[in-house]
Every structure is written in structure tokens, then in C-alpha cells.
Design a protein around this ligand. Structure first.
Ligand SMILES: C[S@@+](CC[C@H](N)C(=O)[O-])C[C@H]1O[C@@H](n2cnc3c(N)ncnc32)[C@H](O)[C@@H]1O
Length: 389
């Protein structure tokens, strides 16, 4: 038997067919692999780079930093780690197939330092397999590993929809037209126990126009086809709506001061920043002022900037000093930076997403390619009205 086979890729039937001794050996190997990864030495020590009123930027491998933290001392770990991509970014992503093992030592430490009421929120994008129009399962494998091996609970899965995402990968989406735009990241909200502290009242949203109409004109209570009894309670105006687990948020934030600072200092802005609203959503929903928050893959310290504004204690750890140099731009003139943004109107509050059947009035003018698009063909031009989406 090939001892290098990984347990997680064998299905039940394959396991049942295996010789007992081979199976024992495989389990032992698996344990060794897991132990070896969990025990890996950090790439570098972590030291204080900059201190602010509420937080600190740490330079070095976050594994060193996490290992120094006291057990059950942290309220929230919110982060966007390097994704398991096929096409690598500047800061060195990990291959999708090695991803879970790479993540193991971080998972162990994050689980250890979280308070029982604490949460771990991880924003993680999917990836395409190399050279074929199918998706890697690495971010689902990560979720399963975190829950089944490290004892996290899946409090809720969120989907971050980026309405401004360009169609990609071009080969599958715009050239062969056999896949649709990949425009969501999964955001796993995990917790140390089934009861993390949380309140959806912190992230309420304005009512939509149709809901405002219902509230104004009243709602006739009746049973829905699903059997749910929609009672009059739904026509009570609570001032705001409970949001769904879909976060609509473009990643086009101009980051005024950060980008200005990078330009002035001749520094490159971080190439994969998340919009500040994303960590802010979870920081607001899951923590109180004075709580302790860590971003172990800090990048440009977006998380730190939000925490500073919301008076949470924070640490952002980043391996590359260049990114910390640039992140300093977020903390240099606090009076300008840390005033709470004031919103004056509802304009720009909603994103429109068309119903899937909006253009289904036309006859299908082409039959599908039976080879699933394997052969690259020049497709006939599609009417411009349909392309303008
Ligand atoms: C996706 S980026 C995070 C970007 C960040 N959320 C932002 O908005 O600026 C991931 C970051 O993790 C950093 N990184 C990777 N491995 C690390 C480690 N072991 N310790 C600390 N930082 C690490 C990378 O250098 C990269 O900047």
C-alpha cells in the first residue's frame, strides 16, 4: 500500500476494503502528519512594530504571536488569510491541495486562545482548478477540518457578494461562456462554543421599498405555500430590517488616507485588501468596546483601523514589513481618520440584483455543446442588450 495516501481522500468503501494493519498504519501516519504540521516552527519571531491608543501592529509570523497568547483570552479573531490559489499573488499564497495542512498550526492556536464566548471569522475566496473549469474544494475542506478536528462550531456561513467583481476567469466566463461570474467569497463565522456572544441588532439595515410599502399599506396575514403562517407581526415597524447572510459590498473603497500615504511614501498598497465594512460588520455584531480582537494575517491593518475607531483592543500581525510600513498611513493623523463616518441619506444603500428569469422570454437560439466547451470555439455575437449586464 502507498503509505502517502491521505486519509481524507479515501471514501468509506475504500476504507472498508483495506487491510486492518494498513489502516492502522494510515491512521498513525495521519496523526504524525497532523502533529508535524501543528508543531511547525514559526518562520520568524514576532515583535512590536507600532502601538496606538487601542492596539498594536506586530511584525513577524503570526504563529509565534498566537503561541504567546494566553488561553481563552481573545474575543474575536477576524481575518482574511492568503487564499489557496492557482495563480499566485505577490505575498505568496498556498496551493489549494496543501491548504488545510498549512492552516493546522494556526487553527490549533486560534482555538486555544478564544474565550468560550468568542468567535473566529474567516473570509476565504474559492479557487478554480488549474486548466479546467471546475472548482477546488479547499475552502470547504478547511471548514470541515476546523469543525471536525479543532472543535469549532459553525455559527453561520456568510456570503460576501462583490457587485463590482469583473467576470473571471475570462477563459471559462467570457470566452467559452460555460461558467458564470465568480463574485462571492465565503465567510465562515465559527465559534468556540455553540453560544458565542452576538447580536443582530448591531447590524440592522434599512427597510427595502417593498417592505416600506407593506408597512404603510398593511399586510394581509395568510399561509405561505411553504406552510409558514405570516402573521401580523411582520407588519410591525421595528425601525430596521434584520439582514440576510449575504453581504453585498463592492471592493472599490478608495481608502483615501491609506492610498495617499502610500503614494507620498512611494510604497505599494497591499494588493488584496478587504473593504473595512467587512471586518466592521463582525466586530460590531460580535464584540463590545474594550474587547480583544486579533487579525493574524493583518495585511494593511484594515481590521486595526476599524478597531481603533470602535475602541476595541486589537493586534494585527503581518509577515511582510513593506505592508506594515504602508499600514502606518492608517494611523498617522487620528483626528482626521477616526471620526465616525456620518451618513446623511439612504442613497447608495441598496444593490439591485435582477431576478434570474428576467430575460427568459426568448427562445433558445443555440443548442449546448455536448463536449461542455472543451473545444474552444468562437461563439456567435450575443445581442448587445443582453450583454449590458
Ligand atoms: C489576504 S492578505 C490580508 C489582507 C488584509 N485583510 C487587508 O485588508 O489588508 C493576507 C496577508 O497575510 C500575510 N501572511 C501570510 N502568512 C503570514 C503569517 N504566517 N504571519 C503573518 N502574516 C502572514 C500575507 O503577507 C498577506 O499580507
Amino acid at each position: 500500500m502507498n503509505k502517502k495516501i491521505h486519509l481524507s481522500i479515501l471514501n468509506r468503501a475504500a476504507l472498508e476494503r483495506m487491510d486492518k494493519n494498513d489502516l492502522i498504519q494510515l491512521l498513525l501516519d495521519e496523526k504524525t502528519i497532523r502533529r508535524d504540521f501543528e508543531c511547525r516552527a514559526p518562520d520568524s519571531a514576532a515583535y512590536l512594530y507600532h502601538k496606538t491608543k487601542y492596539g498594536q501592529m506586530i511584525h513577524g509570523d503570526s504563529l509565534s504571536y498566537l503561541r504567546e497568547q494566553t488561553e481563552k483570552s481573545v474575543d474575536l479573531v477576524v481575518t482574511s488569510p492568503p487564499f489557496g490559489l492557482v495563480r499566485k499573488k505577490d505575498y505568496g499564497n498556498v496551493d489549494a491541495h496543501e491548504y488545510c495542512n498549512w492552516f493546522r498550526p494556526f487553527a490549533k492556536e486560534i482555538r486555544r486562545i478564544l474565550k468560550d464566548s468568542g468567535s473566529f471569522v474567516v473570509d476565504i475566496g474559492g479557487a478554480w482548478k488549474k486548466g479546467q473549469p471546475t472548482r477546488s474544494l479547499y475552502h470547504f475542506e478547511l471548514l470541515i477540518m476546523l469543525c471536525e478536528e479543532y472543535g469549532f462550531h459553525l455559527a453561520q456561513e456568510f456570503y460576501w457578494w462583490n457587485p463590482a467583481k469583473l467576470p473571471s476567469p475570462a477563459e471559462w466566463v467570457t470566452i467559452r461562456r460555460i461558467r458564470v461570474k465568480d463574485a462571492i467569497n465565503t465567510v465562515w463565522w465559527l465559534s468556540a462554543t455553540p453560544w458565542p456572544k452576538a447580536s443582530n441588532k448591531r447590524v440592522l439595515q434599512p427597510y427595502s421599498d417593498s417592505m416600506k410599502g407593506l408597512l404603510k399599506n398593511g399586510y394581509q396575514s395568510k399561509k405561505r405555500p411553504s406552510g409558514h403562517d405570516i402573521s401580523n407581526n411582520f407588519s410591525r415597524n421595528n425601525g430596521a430590517a434584520i439582514p440576510p447572510n449575504l453581504i453585498a459590498l463592492p471592493n472599490t473603497e478608495s481608502n483615501g488616507q491609506y492610498q495617499r500615504y502610500c503614494k507620498e511614501q512611494g510604497l505599494s498598497p497591499h494588493p488584496a485588501r478587504f473593504p473595512s465594512v467587512l471586518p466592521e460588520y463582525f466586530i460590531r455584531m460580535l464584540t463590545d468596546s474594550g474587547d480583544h480582537i486579533i487579525d493574524p494575517f493583518g495585511g494593511s491593518c484594515v481590521t486595526g483601523e476599524v478597531c481603533e475607531r470602535l475602541a476595541r483592543n486589537w493586534s494585527c500581525v503581518e509577515l511582510e514589513e513593506e505592508y506594515l510600513k504602508a499600514a502606518m498611513g492608517r494611523f498617522i493623523s487620528p483626528s482626521e481618520r477616526f471620526s465616525v463616518p456620518c451618513k446623511t441619506s439612504d442613497s447608495g444603500t441598496f444593490y439591485k440584483l435582477s431576478k434570474p428569469d428576467s430575460l427568459w422570454f426568448k427562445a433558445e437560439d443555440e443548442t449546448l455543446d455536448c463536449d461542455g466547451g472543451k473545444t474552444r470555439r468562437l461563439l456567435p455575437k450575443v445581442e448587445s442588450t443582453i450583454l449590458e449586464q
